[in-house]
Design a protein around this ligand. Structure first.
Ligand code: URA
Length: 269
């Protein structure tokens, strides 16, 4: 029968075992040391487990594609356009302006390209986007009446009395916001080529946006009615017809500007 140790005897027994070299606690269950030794020997003889294979190095990423400047793409496409139809197709194929994604149609131009007067507005609105033609909504109807007042019409087959109409942006901006300077800059090469191909005698810029794009100046209420030059042509800035619809009192000045335009055309014949 096992007798209980008192604490002094237990400590003395532990000290005696440590002196003999015991350095770990022994479990309650018996351990077959012979079997353990055999298992250790077998493990030592077994081939080493295969180390996980190193993954092959990933190929280096391809060099980043050079960043394209949309204005350069537009310039190259515009430069090879020999006719207005070529230019219309090049504008329709240009995919780098995000406004195109939200628009139904590309609005290129309307009127007689043989006209002596080329009119540039801002951008298509809802009606223009639906019809694919510039200035067909309320502002466009006012523009037609203004032109008629000095004997001009976009429908005239006679170059003397005809008008040719376009915008400095070919796609409707969402919510009819103004096109940003970046959006305008990327399509400006098309407009410059447009002017070269039409070769009008006089350019009329309707509102701040075309003045900013072609003259680098805004402030239409100061610029209006003052002849200036762009692309080697006489240029007349005028208030936009949409502004005239909102501010009928400004029609008096617009009438003065139309008479200026008429006088210039007479002086150039
Ligand atoms: N306003 C513009 O500037 N252009 C259009 O075509 C229609 C409205």
């Amino acid at each position: 029968m096992q007798t209980a140790l008192d604490s002094h005897a237990a400590l003395a027994a532990l000290a005696w075992q440590i002196e003999l070299g015991a350095d770990e606690a022994i479990g309650d269950a018996p351990v077959d040391r012979f079997a353990l030794a055999e298992a250790e020997a077998a493990a030592a003889a077994a081939p080493a487990a295969e180390a996980p294979r190193a993954r092959p190095a990933a190929p280096p990423p391809p060099p980043a594609a050079p960043k394209v400047d949309p204005a350069d793409v537009a310039r190259a496409a515009a430069a090879v356009a020999r006719t207005l139809d070529d230019l219309r197709a090049a504008v329709a194929e240009f995919d780098l302006c995000d406004l195109k994604k939200g628009a139904r149609t590309t609005v290129f131009a309307d009127g007689n390209p043989a006209a002596r007067v080329m009119i540039l507005g801002e951008a298509p609105g809802r009606d223009e986007d639906m019809e694919g033609l510039p200035f067909v909504g309320r502002a466009g109807q006012l523009l037609d009446r203004m032109l008629a007042a000095i004997g001009l019409s976009r429908r005239s087959p006679d170059s003397e009395t005809a008008a040719y109409i376009s915008n400095v942006m070919f796609w409707r901006p969402p919510g009819n916001r103004e096109p940003t300077p970046e959006e305008l800059a990327m399509v400006l090469p098309f407009t410059l080529r447009h002017i070269e191909l039409v070769r009008p005698q006089v350019l009329v810029l309707m509102g701040n946006t075309p003045c900013g794009a072609l003259l680098g100046r805004r402030g239409i209420l100061r610029l209006r009615g003052q002849w200036t030059q762009a692309q080697g042509l006489p240029v007349l800035p005028m208030a936009h017809p949409a502004y005239l619809l909102r501010n009928p009192a400004a029609k008096r000045e617009a009438w003065a500007d139309l008479l200026e335009l008429q006088a210039k055309l007479r002086s150039l014949t």
